[in-house]
Ligand binder design. Structure first.
Ligand SMILES: [Zn+2]
Length: 279
C-alpha cells in the first residue's frame, strides 16, 4: 500500500528551513493544570505548532488565553460528541464562538464510547450544525469519528465539506479510502505506537494526507494507564511514523509540515504562523 507520492530519499530536499518544527494537530491544552507553564516551555523548546481543540465553551475560553502566551498555539472551538446532549437544544448561543475560531473542532460522532441511540441523535444534530457553519465560513474541521466512521463520511459528503482532518482514525480501511478520496487528512497519534490496526492506517494513508497529533494530555494516559502526555510526546509519534513508512525522522517532519501548510494555504489566520515559523 506504499503507492505514495514520495520517492525514497526525496522528502525534505531543499526546504531545510522547515525542518526544525513539529506539528501537533490535536491536543487539549485546557486540560493541563499546574503543569501548564512547563507545557508551554516544552512546546517552545521543541518548536511544536500545536492546535489546541476544545470540547465545550469553557475549554475554548481557557485554551484561548494560551494563544497570547505562546505563539506556537492555535486554539479552536468545538463541541465534542460526548457533550452534544448538553448543547443540542440551543446551538445558536454558540455562533459567536464558532465565528471567532480559526478552525472548527473538536466535533464529530462517537458510537463506540457512547452507546445510547438518543445521544447519537443529539450528536448528529450538533455535528451537522457545526459542519454547516464550518462549510459556510470555509474552515477546516477537526473530527472525532470513533465507531461512527461511516456516518461521519456520509455527513461530510452530504454537506460538501472541502477541508477536514480525521483525528485518531481507527475505523475500517475501506471507509478511510472513501474519506481520502474526498481529500481529507488524517492526524495520527499515540495509538500508532502499539496497535496493529492503527499501524496499518499509518501505512495506508497517502503521504500527502498525513498529519501528526498527541491528543494530550489524556490520550497517552488512556492508552498506557500510566502518566499524562506532555508535548514532547510528538517526537515519539514522528519516530514511529518514520519507522512505519521507512522515512528518516527529518523527512517525516518535513512531509507533515508541507501537508499542513498546503491544508491551511487559504486561511488568513495561518499567515502569521507561517511568516514567524518558516525562518
Ligand atoms: Zn481530542
Amino acid at each position: 500500500m506504499r503507492h505514495d507520492i514520495l520517492g525514497a530519499g526525496e522528502v525534505g530536499g531543499s526546504h531545510s528551513e522547515n525542518l526544525g518544527m513539529y506539528l501537533d494537530m490535536h491536543a487539549h491544552l485546557d486540560k493541563y493544570e499546574a503543569e501548564i507553564a512547563d507545557v508551554i516551555g516544552e512546546i517552545k523548546a521543541n518548536r511544536i505548532l500545536t492546535v489546541s481543540v476544545s470540547m465545550d465553551p469553557q475549554a475554548y475560553l481557557k485554551s484561548k488565553e494560551l494563544d497570547s502566551r505562546c505563539e506556537w498555539v492555535v486554539s479552536t472551538f468545538g463541541i465534542h460528541p460526548w457533550n452534544a446532549p448538553a448543547y443540542h437544544a440551543d446551538l445558536h448561543v454558540l455562533d459567536e464562538l464558532i465565528a471567532q475560531s480559526p478552525m472548527v473542532g473538536e466535533i464529530g460522532l462517537d458510537y463506540h464510547f457512547i452507546t445510547d441511540p438518543v445521544q447519537h441523535e443529539a450528536q448528529r444534530h450538533v455535528f451537522r450544525y457545526f459542519v454547516q457553519k464550518g462549510v459556510a465560513q470555509d474552515k477546516i474541521l477537526n473530527i472525532h469519528s470513533k465507531g461512527a466512521e461511516a456516518d461521519v463520511n456520509t455527513i461530510l459528503g452530504d454537506l460538501s465539506v472541502r477541508r477536514a482532518i480525521l483525528h485518531w482514525y481507527s475505523g475500517p480501511i475501506d471507509t478511510l479510502q472513501e474519506l481520502a478520496e474526498k481529500g481529507f487528512y488524517f492526524s495520527l497519534g499515540v495509538e500508532m505506537l502499539s496497535d496493529p490496526h492503527i499501524q496499518l492506517v499509518a501505512r495506508t494513508v497517502s503521504a500527502e494526507l498525513l498529519l501528526t497529533e498527541t491528543d494530550n494530555p489524556g490520550g497517552y494516559k488512556w492508552l498506557t494507564g500510566t502518566t499524562i502526555g506532555t508535548p514532547a510526546l510528538i517526537r515519539s509519534v514522528v519516530a514511529k511514523l518514520s519507522d512505519l513508512r521507512g522515512w528518516r525522522h527529518e523527512q517525516t517532519k518535513h512531509q507533515i509540515l508541507e501537508n499542513f501548510w498546503r491544508l491551511v494555504a487559504d486561511d488568513r489566520w495561518a499567515r502569521r504562523y507561517k511568516a514567524e515559523m518558516e525562518v
